[in-house]
Write a protein that binds this ligand. Sequence first.
Ligand SMILES: N[C@@H](CCOP(=O)(O)O)C(=O)O
Length: 488
Amino acid sequence: MTFIETRGNDGVKPAEVTFSQAILSPSASFGGLYVPKKLPTLDFDFFKAHSNSHYKELCKALFEKFDVDIAEVDLNAALDRYDAFDDPNDPVPLKKVEDDAFVSELWHGPTRAFKDMALQPFGYILSKLAEKRKEHYLIMAATSGDTGPATLETFKNASNVKVACLYPGGGTSDVQRLQMVTEEANNEKVIGINGDFDDAQTALKSLLASDSFKAKLQESNTQLSAANSVNFGRIIFQIIYHVHSYLELVKRGEISLGETVYLVVPSGNFGNALGGYYAKKMGLPVEKILISSNINNILTDLITKGEYDLTCKSLIQTTSPAMDILKSSNVERILFDKFGSSRTKQLMDDLAENGKYKLTHEELEILREDFDATFSSDEEGKEVIAEYAKKGYIMDPHTATCFKAYKNLRKKSLKTIIYSTAEWTKFSPTVCEALGREVERDLDALKWISEKFNVPVPKMIAELFEKPIVHKTVIDKEKIEEEILKFI
Ligand SMILES: N[C@@H](CCOP(=O)(O)O)C(=O)O
């Protein structure tokens, strides 16, 4: 399997690269992204053969289909990281919350968010590749709260790798921030910026595309890669759990093989939704992917009106900070898949030059064949948290946004998989507030919810509040490059 570029080729970069090249050097021509040249197909026999497979076996089978240039022994070792999840036999539990709705809990890994599903094995693979090639990499990450901790965790003390993690100062939950600023590994640097996630990700993308920055890194014998979902190494792992959750429904007799389902995906940078889209395109029986957002609802506008307009929006802080994003990376991969590289480049150029683009009526119709979208306010999210807490199910504010999509967007009465992207423990004050109790400190909120609903607080979250703050740097975005170079 080779990978091609969403905005076409500039004649300087190779027009096609292998998987390992794409993940080590994820910046494609004209600031584009790498995508598979041709997606493999998953047929009825594949699904039947894997209806009882362990999650790791399914991963291996999917990697085989993608035919990527990663040694089997390394893939196996990477997948062994799922053994440290809450239940190694079932790393992605599926919980029934309604007769026709099932929550796929993607957060049972070490940092309690879905990012671990991809970043745990991806971190092993990337560091192993670097080691084997005797190369050294700076891995950059921009985070609105969950990617940062997961990146730091997967690469801590890894060989041949350093990490620079950018987070918006004041733009994450306390637990998310503590997960980052208490990280002690000496190959990692955490940098708060005076700005929002879009500023952090814009800085990351411009450094990825900057020849002068890369030349400066070269002086320290270092190359540049990224841990965000701009890197296809993240996306490949984010296809698998969609297939797994579907097969789990079949296994439980909730659906028969071939029956279509809805997927409801809380979305910011769109990597999780893209994984669902690729799974659908490869053959997973999915009726539609329903996108849920918070009031930073640019994805809703795109999918319902065909408009992507940054000029009339500014980023608003919400109680679901991981989705406080307006410049959503992976929409570009969908545009490429639907409309090809020259149209994608045109739309991305429009966005860069004018801050907006508009799809034609026909293009919108094509997009809506696979997607529909809606958004929830913080208040609506809290109502959902309270409603399901009464039934004994505690969820985080990102997952809560999904229920409006589940209730309002389905045109057919099909079974529905709702993706839960983070554990409630990362947002306990919001959950407490939703349940009618005001608390000031995370620790009090964690204790109260845990006792009242008999849900555990994982050790890594409880311990955070005792740990020393290691990373105190908070800078203006103009200083990011300088700060990173000091660390290399
Ligand atoms: N929601 C993310 C933002 C980065 O997304 P990614 O999937 O591209 O890494 C976060 O929580 O950091």
